[in-house]
Write a protein that binds this ligand. Structure first.
Ligand SMILES: [Zn+2]
Length: 265
């Protein structure tokens, strides 16, 4: 057993690739020192499934409820009530993931903005933090989120992959910054490796975004491309190298940060 006590603040455990072996995935995570995990809700059905999983494993799991920008076009009026009901549950710790994704553009910018504003308003109403997704939309995203954040209890820019200047903007907005296995990629992770040095330790969070973004520097190479929460320590170790801090210091800080932001009781 590991002596680590880590929180994976973002994994898609309701993804169907985990349906057949979810308990084994959780057992491997626990053995690797990943003691708590926050399951990302990406639309209403998956937010419901995430809540069900959290209720099955109250020691280790909590969930979020929201609509990812990819699915913004499908957000119906009837979903507002469903989201509000999910967000009222004690196991649901945050609103999201919500945000803007101008990389894939699976929904129009108008639909994405509408869905984001709706969820930011829900976060104000319900008094829970926001779990935010942004890709290739930094300026528009920071402007919209900045309008609402003073009335929201807190938030995280999850799966941050941007630049030093973008980190500085998020820090000004008082957002937490979530780092995934993207940082373990020696090709596309270069600018991120510099940017993470500018995140204050008390604003840093770690996540796997499993089943996506498996760390590329795992040794030995795992048998499957499916990422799992058990690989979270690879993110931690790479962060320690990039920031020139100890693994223990980052482990303790990121866990304390997650408990504080999400009020994990
Ligand atoms: Zn995301």
């Amino acid at each position: 057993m590991s002596t680590l006590d880590l929180v994976d603040i973002g994994l898609n455990l309701s993804h169907d690739s985990f349906d057949h072996d979810c308990d084994a995935v959780l057992a491997r995570a626990a053995a690797a020192g990943v003691t708590r995990m926050l399951i990302t809700g990406s639309d209403v059905p998956h937010s419901r499934k995430a809540l069900q999983l959290a209720r099955l494993h109250p020691q280790s799991l909590r969930s979020t409820a929201g609509v990812h920008p990819h699915h913004a076009k499908d957000l119906q009026r009837s979903d507002h009530a469903a989201l509000r009901e999910l967000l009222a549950q004690p196991e649901v710790l945050a609103v999201g993931e919500c945000g803007l994704d101008y990389f894939r553009n699976f929904s129009t910018h108008e639909d994405q903005e509408r869905a984001l504003r709706l969820q930011l308003e829900l976060a104000i109403e319900i008094g829970k933090p926001v779990f935010l997704h942004e890709r290739d939309a930094h300026d528009a995203f920071a402007n919209i989120v900045g309008e609402y954040l003073p009335r929201i209890v807190g938030g995280v820019a999850h799966c941050f992959t941007g630049t030093v200047a973008q980190v500085q903007r998020y820090v000004e907005l008082d957002l937490y910054v979530g780092v995934t296995g993207w940082i373990c990629d020696e090709r596309r992770g270069q600018s991120l490796r510099e940017a993470v040095r500018h995140v204050p330790l008390e604003r840093l969070l770690i996540e796997t975004d499993a089943p996506y973004l498996i760390p590329r520097d795992l040794k030995p190479k795992p048998p499957s491309h499916r990422n799992e929460p058990q690989y979270l320590p690879a993110v931690l170790k790479r962060l320690a190298v990039c920031r020139e801090e100890s693994v223990d210091a980052i482990a303790a800080a990121t866990t304390a940060n997650a408990v504080r932001l999400f009020r994990w009781a």
